[in-house]
Ligand binder design. Structure first.
Ligand code: ADP
Length: 171
């Protein structure tokens, strides 16, 4: 049974086997979580991302997929990079957002990670409304079979924390 926990804070300060990065498809860094992970994690992560670009993801990491690197100076063994969908009012991209959580858990399971910390993917620059993103995230984790023992959502501010708490408690 996987336990789902919530904390409010900065994901780069978390200790976990794997930290999930809300990356963009270039894998070469960006703002938000991505920028914070590369800043605090140091150049080793970016070097591995560049190597992944050169070898497997010449066209970029597709939306909804996930890939791992080491975690550099972060207090974790791996960073799992996943690319969330940009919010669209015209098109339902929920399956792609759910896929980020499912694929990250699949990669985490393959690595043998027991604890995985997620940010609220797509809710920053990609503008996904927080309440809806929280619903999709919690449901995706709950319905994905995994050997990961703890999934921790790390929410940056109080309103994000409360959105996740509402869905976790079924309110
Ligand atoms: P995306 O491009 O997928 O929208 P962002 O990184 O822009 O990703 O934002 C995702 C969410 O993570 C937002 O809710 C943002 O407030 C939050 N966030 C930004 N920095 C951090 C951090 N250091 N730790 C945890 N959450 C963060």
């Amino acid at each position: 049974m996987t336990s789902i926990t919530l904390v409010q804070g900065d994901i780069t300060r978390q200790h976990a086997d794997a930290l999930v990065n809300a990356a963009n498809s270039s894998l070469l860094g960006g703002g938000g979580v991505d920028g914070a992970i590369h800043r605090r994690g140091g150049p080793a992560i970016l070097a591995e991302c560049r190597a992944l670009r050169a070898s497997r993801y010449g066209k970029g990491l597709p939306t909804g997929q996930a890939v791992a690197t080491t975690a550099g100076e972060l207090d974790a063994r791996w960073v799992i990079h996943t690319v969330g969908p940009v919010w669209s009012p015209a098109e339902d991209r929920s399956h792609l957002l759910a896929s980020c959580y499912r694929e990250s858990l699949r990669v985490a399971g393959e690595l043998g990670a027991r604890t995985v910390a997620f940010p609220a993917i797509s809710t920053g620059v990609y503008r996904w409304p927080m309440a809806d993103a929280a619903r999709i995230a919690v449901e995706a984790v709950r319905t994905t079979p995994t050997a990961v023992e703890e999934v921790r959502f790390v929410l940056f501010d109080t309103s994000a924390y409360e959105a996740f708490a509402r869905h976790l408690s079924g309110r």
